[in-house]
Ligand binder design. Structure first.
Ligand code: CP3
Length: 346
């Protein structure tokens, strides 16, 4: 277990500013690392990889060894929950995930929560293996997809779309949508609770597709289910900090943080630091938010932006991260340079 005394990442989540600022990066494990590609080539397919505790634990640890990040994120995927709930999930090379679609919204409820949570037990085994090999100063982050983002894959069957068909579906079948969201809240809360029992030190909710929603719809399908999920987790006795990532929230971000009991908020690439300064409480820890494309570009522009972000959040608890995940084409020396700048301290 990482403890607040040993982990600067957990200190920030508890509201204490740290210098140097702790760092990790979303999708820090994965295809930009040759050691990941090598490991991955030994798995039958991506799901098999995620359900293999030895491979998933190794993938989780690779970025910690290479970059000395302050936190490891469990190697898994937000779509495992749908697989565990009985939908057919495949990951196709060059295409991404393909998910069996739902029609009535009652499909997820046909698998008992205990059964789905049990099917995900290889993930808990990964968590405990990783925790056992991590130094106490390094935190381990467990995660799941937030209900709307996961529901969207079950409605549309794939990612990479403009999400319009899922939104039309949601407008046409409001009761079906509510059923999907509440089933996902329940199973995800238990799934996260098991990750914590296995050794996760903090949790993150990935609401990756929250952008472009009318404010009242955002409240209904993002804010309320995120809040319900955290409240359910607390009812289950889980006390670790939870980071919310409502990607694309834009001007409703202040409503999200005041209505969802998150310990910290992950900022996306687009949000302006000046907006964060004026609209979010100064004691709320923030995580973020270098543009992943600037991390690919590198050079002086990248270095200037890293320093700019450090300055922008120097008055509040801050964890350095990207505004979205590391892309496969990211040069390793650029990641190393960012970590080096952060370690210089400010
Ligand atoms: O370092 C880490 O963050 C590793 C763990 C992780 C993965 N997926 C591994 C993965 C995490 C936290 C995720 C979350 C995830 N998965 C999200 C939310 C975060 C985000 O990026 O917005 C979403 C939307 C997904 C769904 C998903 N999984 C997509 C759309 C894809 C295909 C696109 C892509 O990036 O390849 C995946 C596959 C996936 N998940 C890969 C990895 C490393 C690539 C699979 C491979 O190795 O071929």
């Amino acid at each position: 277990m990482a403890t607040i005394d040993s982990s600067r990442f957990l200190k920030v989540l508890s509201g204490k500013r740290q210098s140097p600022v702790p760092v990790w990066m979303m999708r820090q494990a994965g295809r930009h690392l040759p050691e990941y590609l090598n490991l991955r080539s030994r798995a039958k397919d991506f799901l098999d990889f995620c359900y293999s505790p030895s491979m998933a634990a190794e993938a989780t640890l690779q970025p910690i060894r290479r970059y000395d990040m302050d936190a490891a994120i469990l190697f898994a995927d937000i779509l495992l929950v749908l697989d565990a709930l009985g939908l057919n999930v495949r990951f196709e090379k060059g295409v991404g995930p393909i998910v069996q679609t739902v029609e009535t919204g009652s499909e997820l409820g046909t698998t008992p929560v205990e059964k789905a949570v049990q099917r995900l037990s290889p993930v808990y085994e990964t968590v405990s293996r990783v925790r056992a090999s991590l130094a106490s100063g390094k935190a381990l982050i467990g995660f799941c997809g937030a209900p709307w983002t996961v529901a969207l894959y079950a409605i549309e069957g794939r990612g990479g779309t403009d999400k319009s068909s899922a939104r039309i579906w949601a407008y046409q079948k409001p009761e079906a949508l509510d059923q999907l969201l509440s089933d996902l809240v329940e199973v995800s809360a238990h799934y996260l609770a098991e990750q914590v029992s296995a050794g996760a030190d903090a949790l993150m909710l990935f609401e990756s597709w929250a952008e472009g929603l009318p404010a009242d719809v955002f409240d209904h399908i993002v804010t309320k289910p995120n809040a319900a999920l955290i409240n359910r987790l607390r009812e289950l006795g889980v006390t670790v900090p939870v980071i919310g990532f409502p990607r694309g929230a834009g001007t409703v971000l202040p409503d999200y943080v005041s209505n969802v009991p998150v310990s910290a908020v992950a900022l996306d690439t687009a949000i302006a630091p000046s907006f964060v300064k004026s609209a979010l409480p100064v004691d709320l820890p923030v995580q973020g938010h270098l543009d992943p494309l600037l991390l690919i570009a590198g050079g002086q522009a990248m270095e200037d932006r890293v320093r700019f972000l450090l300055d922008a959040y120097s008055d509040r608890p801050h964890i350095f991260n990207l505004g979205h995940g590391v892309r496969p084409e990211t040069p390793i020396p650029h990641v190393e340079r960012v970590v080096e700048i952060l370690r210089e301290g400010h």
